[in-house]
Design a protein around this ligand. Sequence first.
Ligand SMILES: *[C@@H]1O[C@H](CO)[C@@H](O)[C@H](O)[C@H]1NC(C)=O
Ligand SMILES: *[C@@H]1O[C@H](CO)[C@@H](O)[C@H](O)[C@H]1NC(C)=O
Ligand SMILES: *[C@@H]1O[C@H](CO)[C@@H](O)[C@H](O)[C@H]1NC(C)=O
Length: 207
Amino acid sequence: MSYKCLVLCSFLCITAAAAFSPSHGFGTPARARAAFIRSKLVPDVFTKFNPILTLGITYHVNGTALKVNLGNDLTIPETASRPLWSIPDIKVAPRFSKKTFVIAMIDPDAPSPTNTTFAQIRHFIGGGFKLEGTILRNTTPALSEYLSPGPPVGSPPHRYPTFLFLQPKNFPTTPFTTSIANFNISVYAKQVNLGPPLAGNFMLVQA
Ligand SMILES: *[C@@H]1O[C@H](CO)[C@@H](O)[C@H](O)[C@H]1NC(C)=O
Ligand SMILES: *[C@@H]1O[C@H](CO)[C@@H](O)[C@H](O)[C@H]1NC(C)=O
Ligand SMILES: *[C@@H]1O[C@H](CO)[C@@H](O)[C@H](O)[C@H]1NC(C)=O
């Protein structure tokens, strides 16, 4: 085999491995994009979403790990405590491994998907996330601490998307003082120069 062929074959192999690698139980960027469009989070939350990484979200409940996987159903008790965030496929884009990230979670369906008077609810905003292996550890206090999902009884399931961004220069460090209601992540992203989301994942929660 010639050197060129070897290089090309290795490249194809790596590309194929990335495309078909086990999804770690969190989906893949391509599946995330499709799921965000299918669930109408695109365009409800962002008009465009072209993730290049996978966002792992794991809740730990009574010794059991529960994974968020592109629209699966979780309960209010299961999502009561702040989850562990990760980038399971960081190996496909090692250029991001030393970066600092921002994580944001919102509810666009409050008080219900058909009456979004309170939307969006800000459920989490935090910067200073750095990778420890594939786990995202925050090195600075959250700007809007984790608020667990609380969809009202009688409402159809709410969508809870979480997005991962590269942390821009001069990202704020002062916690939010504004109401958690009537937040707008796309407006906020523009205000603080977040750039497009690198990854996203979401769950459905019903009371
Ligand atoms: C965890 O265990 C406690 C005690 O057994 C139980 O009351 C609770 O419902 C469990 N939580 C979940 C989410 O299953
Ligand atoms: C929407 O929800 C709010 C808050 O619960 C309520 O005050 C309002 O009447 C609702 N609007 C409609 C059209 O149901
Ligand atoms: C957020 O702001 C964008 C841009 O102004 C707007 O299109 C969108 O409807 C807003 N979303 C909410 C929930 O207010």
